[in-house]
Design a protein around this ligand. Structure first.
Ligand SMILES: C[S@@+](CC[C@H](N)C(=O)[O-])C[C@H]1O[C@@H](n2cnc3c(N)ncnc32)[C@H](O)[C@@H]1O
Length: 237
């Protein structure tokens, strides 16, 4: 049964716009646009038991996935994002739920194993398409991952049954509505990026959210690829 939040907490939740629907521990959720408990989470194959593990959620927004890892037993969770308006929201969520997830306002490029440590599990969902330096980011992610990274990456897929396009590394560049360049690799190209960065094995989980690529209508579509990239063949999460 839902137990209402103290009035003070309800008022503080209501002062923000929310993106993710975050469980508040009493059956209530933050009033976000996306309920990832029902949509993205079931697709990820996030390990059920993360007892004692260290987890990094890159581009965590309000921290839904990092907090879910904590709920599954993770001992140390760091969430980072580059939007400073998230500092207050993440602090409020930790105050309400008692979560120990640490939130840091920094970009993927700022991550430094000497300062931040390395993590058994890295979560990197739906951030790649926002990056100006995608190759650099994948290198950094490899450096802070000790075992496995769970990623969601927009990829380009040939509409026709184009054997060469499917098996050879390709990429296209599209523009966002604001004119920003968006780099879209195909799957073989992204697997090469992972391998060059030091990941040794990949479990391809699924693709979802097919949509048109503006300007490339006849030949390509865009989909989101979900995968687990492993640093070592034998020790995987
Ligand atoms: C579409 S949201 C995805 C949020 C969350 N990972 C999820 O799947 O719900 C993209 C997030 O990436 C963050 N982001 C964009 N560029 C980043 C960067 N260079 N370093 C860290 N986070 C970044 C944005 O601020 C935003 O919160």
């Amino acid at each position: 049964m839902n137990k209402s939040l103290p009035a003070d907490f309800s008022a503080r939740i209501a002062q923000f716009d929310w993106y993710q629907q975050i469980p508040l521990g009493n059956g209530q959720l933050t009033p976000g646009e996306d309920n990832f408990t029902e949509s993205k989470l079931p697709m990820l194959q996030l390990p059920e038991g993360l007892s004692g593990r260290s987890v990094l959620d890159i581009g965590c927004s309000e921290g839904f996935f990092g907090r879910e890892a904590e709920r599954r037993g993770a001992a140390r969770v760091l969430g980072i994002d580059k939007a400073d308006h998230l500092v207050e929201k993440n602090a409020l969520l930790s105050e309400i739920t008692g979560s120990q997830m640490i939130y840091a306002d920094k970009t993927v490029y700022d991550l430094d194993p000497a300062h931040d440590g390395i993590f058994d599990l890295v979560i990197f969902l739906s951030v790649f398409q926002h990056l100006d330096h995608p190759f650099r980011a994948i290198d950094v992610i490899s450096k802070v991952t000790s075992m496995t990274a769970i990623m969601e990456i927009p990829v380009v897929v040939a509409k026709e049954n184009d054997a060469e396009f499917q098996s050879e590394p390709y990429s296209i560049m599209r523009r966002s509505k604001k004119g920003r360049r968006i780099f879209l690799p195909n799957e073989p190209m992204f697997f090469e990026m992972l391998s060059d960065a030091g990941f040794t094995a990949v479990d391809r989980i699924t693709r979802h959210r097919a949509r048109e690529v503006p300007g490339y209508g006849a030949r390509f579509r865009q989909e989101r690829l979900i995968l687990h990239a492993h640093k070592h063949e034998t020790s995987r999460l």
